[in-house]
Design a protein around this ligand. Structure first.
Ligand SMILES: [Zn+2]
Length: 171
């Protein structure tokens, strides 16, 4: 299952990976009933966004390809541990948090984060081009931002809700 591809460029493992789950010994494998929702998220949002980024700013040599999943699926216990909302769409494979690496910016753990201008432009691109449920720009402090995006399995239920700033306890 480790290398299962959800779409041409996104692996299931990218959505299961969690430093908190590893640290606490939580099994964060995605139950099979949520895989179609993750596939939908890849198809509707992540693949088009990745294609756009790579066509507008080709990745630097040796760098990742433009869309990094910070937090994908969360089992209910992991969701509690990271301070997620009680009804978080991360628990059903309908949501993920992403950043778009740009050389230079890092947080204290050496992870690269996107400069705010570029993140804002990607945010606007998703807003204008994708069929999403919720699109939220989140931060845990004043320097580091990421994008939370969700997509309902039943597209007709997508609310197209945009929140430009949300302060979180953790990521
Ligand atoms: Zn999120």
């Amino acid at each position: 299952m480790k290398d299962l591809l959800l779409s041409p460029h996104f692996k299931l493992a990218e959505f299961e990976r969690s430093a908190t789950a590893t640290k606490l010994g939580i099994d964060n494998h995605v139950p099979s009933q949520y895989i179609p929702a993750l596939q939908q998220l890849c198809k509707e949002i992540l693949e088009p966004l990745r294609a756009f980024i790579n066509s507008s700013t080709p990745p630097h040599k040796g760098e990742e390809e433009g869309v990094i999943i910070i937090s994908g699926y969360r089992c209910p216990l992991l969701n509690v541990k990271v301070g997620g909302a009680k009804d978080s769409q991360h628990m059903t494979g309908e949501a993920c948090d992403i950043h778009i690496p740009v050389h230079g910016l890092t947080n204290g753990q050496g992870q690269r984060f996107t400069n705010t201008d570029i993140l804002n432009r990607r945010f606007a691109w998703i807003m204008d081009h994708c069929d999403f449920d919720q699109l939220i720009k989140e931060t845990s402090d004043r320097r580091i931002y990421w994008i939370h995006v969700s997509c309902k399995r039943d597209r007709t239920k997508n609310r197209h809700q945009v929140i430009r700033f949300l302060k979180k306890r953790g990521s």
